[in-house]
Design a protein. Structure first.
Length: 289
């Protein structure tokens, strides 16, 4: 499943090719995603220009406006689900299986192109939020999301204090506490295991028992892990490719994730795999105490 680094890689990849372009047409081949694509989407978007592309959590936000229809502005919300990809392609690129949505984009000093959404398992989302309904970040999709890991609210000191404060009295283990996303977003299954290893925290430790200095170390580890993953193009374990079709390769640098039985890169002890909820967790019993 694409996590925050993969979504950020996608945003950075498509942004140069789409911002400033006009949406000439919208082709919806299969509307039946996790939530049905609005049947008015093509009519709404055609003629609009793409202003910005940004990310909140694992959502891609494509802000659109229309000079001729000032009241028609809004944001296209795209979620990659478990197997989705979003790529900018030449207009004549052949359609493949699971190519569900195309935004046909006008010229901008170059040939026309398409922004194409592909999702084999159809757990993704393509939704429209009109600006008249209020700020998109105030909508229900984002109501329970924690802070962004690269924001000022989650630097080493602030991030550590935030995690420490929100974890007080919590008996849930630290890894599922991070996965919930209510403190900080983007620390999915892969990057939770990796961040906890870097911070030397055992993933089964109760969140409420971790002291402030260790949470400061964890905040640092989260930022460093996510930044390193973004730099490497994210992780490609099965389906994910970036906007240019290239696979990520951060998985080559994992310390613990998916390395059960292999020697720890730090101490040489075998990496262990356990189950927490429905998720696999990987850790080093010697380095993470």
């Amino acid at each position: 499943m694409p996590e925050l680094p993969e979504v950020e890689v996608t945003v950075r990849g498509i942004e140069p090719g789409v911002v400033g372009r006009t949406i000439d047409a919208v082709v919806v081949r299969h509307a039946g995603l996790r939530q049905a694509i609005p049947d008015t989407l093509a009519r709404t978007l055609t003629g609009m220009s793409i202003e910005t592309v940004r990310r909140r959590g694992k959502f891609i936000l494509v802000d659109c406006s229309d000079r001729a229809r000032a009241d028609a502005a809004g944001t296209l919300l795209i979620h990659l689900g478990m197997t989705g990809t979003l790529r900018v392609m030449p207009l004549d690129t052949p359609v493949r299986a699971h190519d569900h949505v195309d935004l046909v984009l006008g010229r901008m000093g170059a040939e026309r192109c398409v922004l194409r959404f592909n999702d084999p398992r159809r757990f993704g989302l393509v939704l429209w939020h009109p600006r008249a309904s209020g700020p998109v970040l105030d909508s229900a999709h984002f109501a329970k999301l924690g802070v962004e890991p690269f924001s000022a609210a989650f630097d080493v000191a602030e991030g550590g204090r935030l995690l420490h404060r929100l974890s007080r009295g919590r008996t849930v283990a630290i890894k599922p506490f991070l996965l919930a996303g209510e403190a900080v977003v983007g620390v999915g299954n892969i990057y939770a295991s990796e961040s906890l290893f870097r911070a030397r925290i055992r993933p089964t430790t109760a969140a409420g028992r971790i002291a402030l200095p260790r949470y400061e170390a964890l905040a640092t580890a989260i930022r460093e892990t996510l930044a390193a993953a973004i730099q490497k193009g994210g992780s490609t374990l099965r389906d994910f490719v970036g906007a240019d079709g290239a696979a990520g390769y951060f998985q080559q640098e994992y310390f613990v994730y998916d390395r059960a039985g292999l020697p720890c890169r730090v101490c040489g002890s075998p990496i262990r795999q356990i189950r927490q909820g429905q998720r696999s967790t990987f850790h080093c019993s010697r380095c993470q105490r």
